[in-house]
Ligand binder design. Structure first.
Ligand SMILES: Nc1nc(O)c(N)c(N[C@@H]2O[C@H](COP(=O)(O)O)[C@@H](O)[C@H]2O)n1
Ligand code: ZN
Length: 379
C-alpha cells in the first residue's frame, strides 16, 4: 500500500516529460517527411540533462541529438538516467544507424516510450532489443497524443499514401464563393493566418484548374517553409500568367493528362514549373505520385468537385472547415463538397473526434472522416 504515491508520482513525471518530448517533436512540423516527428528528453536526478528532436530525414534521430546534448560533466549521470521518447527507438539501419545501440552504449537503464513505431522495420523490435539488453522499458505514456502528433506518418506507413487534409472556408449558408464565383474573402484575417501556418506544416497543397482560373491563388505559407504547390489539370486550359507560375518563393508542380505537346508546357517549364503527365488523372494517382516523392501530409484546398472526388477515393482523412458568420445566398453559389452520390441523410459521412474553436470572427471545425483508409490503388 505504501508504494502507491511513488507509482503515482512516477506516472505524473513520465507524463510531464513525455509532454516535453511532444513539444520538442512538434518544432519540426512540416520538415521531417517521410520521417516522423520525434522528441527526446534525458532525465537524471530530477533534472533534464539532455534533449533533442529529429529535424529532417537524413539527419540523426531525436535520441542521438539528445544523447549528444548531454554535457561532459553530466555524462556519469547517464548510468542512472531515464530516456523519454514519443516514438519507439529504431532498431534498423535506415539513412542513420539504430538508436537502440546508441542508447545501450550510453548505459541508460530506463526508457519510456510514447508509442510503438508502425514502420514494419521497427514495429516492437526496438523495445525488444532494449529489453534484451537489460533496459527497463515502459510503453504507452500519453499514447493518444503521440499517435495524434504522428497521424500522418502512421497513415503513410500503413496505407502507402500521404495523409490528406481537406480545408475550406464557407459562409453560414454553406457557400465557398458567391454565385458569380467571388470568394475573397470568406473567412477573416485570423483564419487566413491559421491556414498559412497549416500550409507551412504540410508537404504539398493541391488545387484544381478551376481554382487557378477563378481565384489565382498564391498558396504560400508566408512563412519560411512553403509546401509544394500542386495543380491538377486534365486539359491544361490554364492562364499563362497565374501567380502559381512564379516559382522563386515556392515550387509548383502541374500534373496533367494533356498531351506532352501542349503549348503551355514549355512556357511553364521556362518559369521553373515542373510538369508531369499522368494518363489517368485522379486524386488517387496524384497522391500515389506524391507518396513516391516522400510526402506525408497533403492539403486539399480545391473546389467542391475535386474535393468530392478526393473524399470518394479515400484521399481525405481529416477536415478543417472554417465557418464564417455571414450569408451570401445564391442557388448556384458553390458548396465545399459537390456530389458524393449520397441521397439519404442517414448516408452522410459523420466526422469523428470532432473539435471546434473560434478563430477571430470565424469558427473552425476539425474532424476525421469515418473511414481513414484510402480505396485500394489501381494496379
Ligand atoms: N524513434 C525514432 N526517432 C526518430 O528521431 C526517428 N526519425 C525515427 N524514425 C524511424 O526510423 C525510420 C527512418 O530511419 P532513417 O532516418 O532513414 O534512418 C522512420 O521510418 C521511423 O521508423 N524513430
Ligand atoms: Zn532511430
Amino acid at each position: 500500500m505504501r508504494s502507491a504515491p511513488v507509482v503515482e508520482e512516477t506516472a505524473t513525471l513520465d507524463a510531464q516529460y513525455m509532454g516535453h518530448c511532444l513539444e520538442l517533436a512538434a518544432r519540426a512540423k512540416g520538415c521531417t517527411a517521410p520521417n516522423p516527428l520525434v522528441g527526446c528528453v534525458i532525465v537524471a536526478e530530477g533534472r533534464v540533462i539532455g534533449e533533442g528532436f529529429h529535424p529532417k530525414a537524413g539527419e540523426p534521430h531525436a535520441e542521438v541529438f539528445a544523447l549528444r546534448s548531454v554535457s561532459e560533466s553530466d555524462r556519469p549521470l547517464l548510468s542512472k538516467a531515464t530516456l523519454y521518447v514519443n516514438l519507439e527507438p529504431c532498431n534498423h539501419y535506415g539513412r542513420t544507424p539504430p538508436c537502440t545501440e546508441a542508447i545501450i552504449a550510453a548505459g541508460i537503464p530506463k526508457v519510456v516510450v510514447g508509442m510503438i513505431d508502425p514502420n514494419p522495420q521497427v514495429a516492437g523490435a526496438g523495445v525488444e532489443r532494449l529489453r534484451s539488453a537489460g533496459i527497463e522499458v515502459t510503453v504507452g505514456v500519453r499514447e493518444a497524443e503521440c499517435q495524434r502528433l504522428n497521424e500522418a506518418f502512421v497513415h503513410r506507413v500503413r496505407y502507402q499514401r500521404p495523409f490528406g487534409i481537406l480545408k475550406y472556408a464557407m459562409t453560414l449558408d454553406g457557400k465557398i464563393a458567391s454565385s458569380a464565383g467571388h470568394s475573397l474573402w470568406v473567412s477573416g484575417e485570423a483564419a487566413r493566418a491559421m491556414v498559412h501556418q497549416l500550409r507551412s506544416e504540410c508537404d504539398a497543397v493541391i488545387v484544381g484548374g478551376n481554382t487557378v482560373r477563378l481565384d489565382n491563388p498564391l498558396l504560400t505559407s508566408r512563412h519560411e517553409r512553403n509546401p509544394l504547390r500542386v495543380v491538377m489539370s486534365r486539359t491544361l486550359d490554364l492562364p499563362s500568367d497565374a501567380s502559381l507560375w512564379e516559382t522563386t518563393t515556392a515550387p509548383t508542380l502541374v500534373i496533367t493528362a494533356a498531351a506532352p505537346q501542349h503549348p503551355l508546357i514549355p512556357q511553364l517549364q521556362a518559369r521553373g514549373v515542373e510538369v508531369v503527365h499522368l494518363e489517368s488523372l485522379t486524386p488517387t494517382t496524384v497522391m500515389a505520385q506524391l507518396y513516391q516523392r516522400g510526402m506525408m501530409t497533403v492539403l486539399w484546398e480545391c473546389g467542391g468537385s475535386l474535393a468530392a472526388a478526393a473524399i470518394a477515393e479515400g484521399m481525405v482523412q481529416k477536415v478543417w472547415a472554417f465557418i464564417a458568420p455571414k450569408i451570401i445566398g445564391g442557388s448556384n453559389a458553390p458548396a465545399p463538397v459537390a456530389d458524393l452520390g449520397l441521397t439519404k441523410m442517414n448516408e452522410a459521412l459523420c466526422l469523428e473526434d470532432v473539435s471546434w474553436q473560434t478563430v477571430g470572427e470565424d469558427i473552425l471545425v476539425v474532424g476525421y472522416l469515418p473511414s481513414r483508409s484510402p480505396a485500394p490503388s489501381p494496379q
